[in-house]
Design a binder for this molecule. Sequence first.
Ligand SMILES: C[S@@+](CC[C@H](N)C(=O)[O-])C[C@H]1O[C@@H](n2cnc3c(N)ncnc32)[C@H](O)[C@@H]1O
Length: 262
Amino acid sequence: MRAYYEQGKERDRLAGPKGALELERTKEILQRRMPPAPAAVADIGGGPGRYALWLAGLGYTVHHRDLMDLHVDQLRAFAHPSIQTAAGDARHLDLSDSSVDAVLLLGPLYHLTERPDRIQALAEARRIVRADGPVFVAAISRWAPRLDGVLQERLYEDNPDFLPLLPEVERTGKLPPVVPNGFVGYTHRPGDLADELSEAGLQLDDLVGVEGLPLAATDMLSRSGDTTAWNVLLDAARAVERVPELLGLSPHLLATATATPG
Ligand SMILES: C[S@@+](CC[C@H](N)C(=O)[O-])C[C@H]1O[C@@H](n2cnc3c(N)ncnc32)[C@H](O)[C@@H]1O
């Protein structure tokens, strides 16, 4: 994972048309439950800080943590007065109990391949959030490697080993690096994400697919320059976001949870 992120590609990941859909949909889903600014938000696994900068711009105070020094440095370069950033592991946070009003965990679960590690990261989010504060948790869908990586991105053209790996990836959720310097990943079935939240003492309030149908994104480039086509795409993602049978089709899942009382 470190070799993958050391390449520095994460900074521009959300800037392309595909990333723009993930970014716009994620922002609108967060805003449904985000406490009003000025509130304190922990952005754990916040990468180079796209969401931290957005939130700070809206008046929030942001505590950003990421495993990668590179990402911390990239965000620190903005020197935003409302953002405090440091290297940190989602499983062992240096933030106090009940010290923030909301937590973003949009990335660590993509990489924690062992269930106890994912539960620990979720339990840390629960520990640092104030009572009733939302914890937003992103996951990669179990079927994203096939529907996004294979069907849409055709990654097998550069890596013929990818296709035979798919059944095992879909059985275990564990995704080995599929391109040179690729990352080790973990993919969730919607029900498994709900179970892990529950085990960590979090009550699932909402679970949605972020992008909707990945195949709608094949002509993303032309859609992103056409307001009507872009809005049709956003509307489609919204319309199917909670349809249980379709949840796993979306490349990313986003759960909103609160600490289970007691
Ligand atoms: C795909 S990026 C997502 C970045 C950003 N949250 C976003 O949604 O665009 C995943 C991020 O999680 C970070 N990460 C992975 N495992 C982590 C862990 N155990 N603790 C903290 N950060 C972690 C990675 O360094 C990376 O920056």
